[in-house]
Design a protein around this ligand. Structure first.
Ligand code: SF4
Length: 262
């Protein structure tokens, strides 16, 4: 990995590198590479936790593959209670979509930025208050992502007391490269990659049939919740052409009836 000259300068200036870690392969490879090039005390790891909709064990996976403390952030509502994906869907009466990914902005990006704003203020070792928001986004993932600038000044998050930059350190890596970086670090990706293409919410609004089916097989109770929620609000996560299609029909797995223990 060759560090851009701007990044080398930020390292010299004492900038803090905030590594957004989802537990997925891209985050894991990004951290492994940064660990080689950025001084230990200039790295901070942050995970935006999505609660029950995440694959169980993700937090433990991150913790066992980083040398840093893992800061866990969650989205909160104005009244201080936790904001959850299923709660948001229930309140809005609709699912987010790939063109309007409110789930990503509300549940991941915003809590991470809130953490960065607070943390950078308190860092004595970062006199210029430079925050580098590191994201494991890669050009190969989609045409839209390929058009992104891998290093960009984040104007809306910067102000007279801090400079925030968005950086995509593994922007040019292929999927094969990513798995190789993980192997070279002596690590393994999260176990779901044995079958999944991506690690996201168990049931992602952009999930492939393969990943959704695996999610339903391994997490029947959570699957039931999604199926029930779709039925209750009458709005579906997916469309078939221009028609809505309910999750059970979409993936072809009937949800189990709830089990009563009382
Ligand atoms: S993984 Fe999918 S459903 Fe979950 S927050 Fe991200 S885009 Fe939304």
């Amino acid at each position: 990995m060759i560090l851009p000259v701007e990044i080398k300068q930020f390292v010299n200036d004492g900038a803090t590198f905030y590594v957004s870690h989802s537990g997925g392969k891209d985050s894991q490879a990004m951290y492994a590479l940064l660990r080689r090039h950025i001084p230990y005390n200039q790295i901070v790891v942050v995970h935006a936790h999505l609660g029950e909709v995440e694959w169980p064990g993700v937090v433990q996976h991150i913790q066992s593959n980083v040398d840093h403390h893992v800061n866990i952030v969650r989205a909160v509502k104005k009244d201080g209670s936790e904001k959850t994906l299923l709660g948001m869907v229930e309140e809005r009466g609709m699912w987010p979509s790939s063109s309007c990914r409110q789930c990503t902005s509300d549940l991941k990006r915003n809590p991470i930025m809130k953490f960065i704003r607070h943390d950078v203020r308190t860092r004595q070792t970062n006199p210029q208050k430079i925050a580098i928001n590191c994201m494991g986004i890669r050009a190969e993932e989609s045409a839209a992502r390929a058009k992104k600038q891998p290093l960009r000044f984040n104007e809306s998050e910067s102000c007279n007391v801090r400079d925030v930059w968005d950086w995509m350190p593994i922007f040019d890596l292929t999927t094969t490269d990513v798995f190789q970086v993980i192997a070279d670090a002596g690590q393994k990706p999260f176990w779901t990659y044995e079958r999944n293409e991506r690690l996201s919410c168990v049931f992602c609004i952009m999930g492939s049939l393969n990943d959704l089916r695996h999610g339903a097989e391994r997490n029947p109770e959570l699957y039931r919740k999604y199926v029930d929620l779709e039925n209750r609000i009458g709005h579906t996560m997916f469309m078939k052409g221009k028609e809505p299609v309910y999750l059970e029909e979409h993936i072809g797995i009937p949800a189990a009836e709830p089990t009563w223990t009382g």
